[in-house]
Design a binder for this molecule. Structure first.
Ligand SMILES: [Ca+2]
Length: 68
């Protein structure tokens, strides 16, 4: 959740993988970043919706179909 908050851009606000905000860092940034769960170039409410559906607990893997 902390990474999502640090990386959130909002709808229609694209992020630049080469210029991410403080706290939004990843070892290797490609064209999309991990919190952009639907890979549309924004970190917004749609990604949060997927996160909430898939969150099962700190040590519990998510249901395999939760992102669908
Ligand atoms: Ca997204």
């Amino acid at each position: 959740m902390a990474i999502f908050e640090a990386c959130a851009t909002g709808p229609d606000a694209p992020y630049d993988p080469a210029d991410l905000p403080p706290g939004c860092t990843f070892p290797t940034a490609g064209t999309t970043i991990p919190p952009d769960l639907n890979n549309d170039g924004f970190v917004d409410h749609l990604d949060l919706s997927v996160f909430v559906r898939c969150f099962a607990g700190a040590d519990t893997p998510p249901d395999a179909s939760c992102a669908n």
